[in-house]
Ligand binder design. Structure first.
Ligand SMILES: [Fe+2]
Length: 324
């Protein structure tokens, strides 16, 4: 038995799914010509000005986006479910390549130990990493426990973190692409300095799109729920700078909110750790607790979001437009 299989077995993690995906990944299976994303049922609340209901959107215009990226969170579990999401990510990539992946925390369960990165990160995403698809990590609550308070992950090359909070730009900014802000939302984050940095960075950036991501939700109908303290820190900054999108995880499932003060909030925590139960709030546009990841097609005037299940089904989609 290979070392990793032995480790998974010792941890009580079934290895069958992992082995199946490994076999598929190594066999270079041709594209699945049957893959046909389906629209999900109507969401529970009506569309608002800047985020439309998923069932009302015709997305396939044929127009190539300026930038396409993917996102996951709460993924580093080494479980068959993580491998199933990873397989779906790879199949999607083969059809419509995305440039990189945002990874919004809980990158390695249960204590963030970097020695598990090979089994819980490098192996599940090997086909993507082999294509030089970069992952940009944020620190989750599990990532700061046995990691010198996150430092081990910050120093781990494949997480591409320049600090515990950092920004990076992708695409030709002049043509309408994105500046990303990865933030540390843990309670022990250096909040005063971080919030001042975020405010400064958002003020000085001339990028047409500014997207913020971190591990913890401001708003969520999952088991952890909304975090009023975090919302008090971040929501005024997002509103001041008209941040169109905040992506997070922590609650293990998917929930997209209609824009709140101009910002679309998405919980995208179905990356592989066991799922949580979700309710819904009056602001919920769509909610579904399932293993999934997301892709984002960025255009000059809009971002098309897709939530994708392990079977390739696009179960939610939305259009984010700029807030004037
Ligand atoms: Fe978490």
């Amino acid at each position: 038995m290979k070392r990793r299989q032995l480790l998974l077995t010792l941890l009580g993690v079934p290895v069958v799914g992992a082995l199946v995906y490994e076999a598929i990944a190594k066999s270079k299976v041709p594209l699945n010509s049957q893959y046909e994303p389906a629209l999900a049922k109507s969401p529970s609340s009506s569309p608002s000005q800047t985020s439309e209901a998923n069932s009302e959107i015709t997305l396939e215009t044929g127009e190539e986006p300026l930038l396409r990226f993917a996102a996951i969170a709460d993924n580093g579990f080494g479980s068959p479910d993580q491998f199933a999401v990873a397989k779906s990510m790879w199949e999607t990539y083969q059809q419509k390549p995305y440039a990189f992946v945002l990874m919004a925390g809980d990158n390695i369960y249960s204590y963030g130990e970097i020695k598990l990165a090979k089994a819980y990160f490098e192996e599940p995403y090997a086909p993507l990493l082999n294509k030089d698809v970069k992952f940009y990590a944020a620190l989750g609550n599990h990532d700061i426990i046995k990691t010198n308070n996150g430092l081990d992950q910050i120093n781990y090359k494949l997480f591409n973190m320049s600090d515990r909070y950092y920004s990076f730009t992708k695409g030709e900014v002049a043509e309408g692409t994105v500046k990303f802000f990865a933030i540390d939302t843990n309670s022990n984050a250096p909040w005063e300095a971080e919030l001042a940095w975020l405010d400064r960075q958002l003020t000085s950036s001339t990028a047409p799109w500014k997207i913020v991501y971190g591990h913890h939700p401001l708003y969520s109908s999952g088991e952890h729920g909304s975090d009023p303290e975090l919302a008090a820190k971040l929501a005024p900054i997002f509103a001041k700078h008209k941040v169109p999108l905040y992506l997070c995880g922590h609650d293990h499932g998917y929930e997209r909110f209609n824009p709140i003060d101009g910002t679309t909030y998405i919980v995208n925590g179905g990356g592989g750790a066991p799922l949580y139960k979700f309710g819904k709030s009056p602001q919920t546009a769509f909610v579904s607790s399932r293993f999934s990841f997301m892709t984002f097609d960025v255009y000059q005037d809009k971002i098309i979001t897709k939530a994708i299940a392990t079977n390739g089904e696009v179960f939610d989609r939305s259009i984010i437009t700029k807030t004037s």
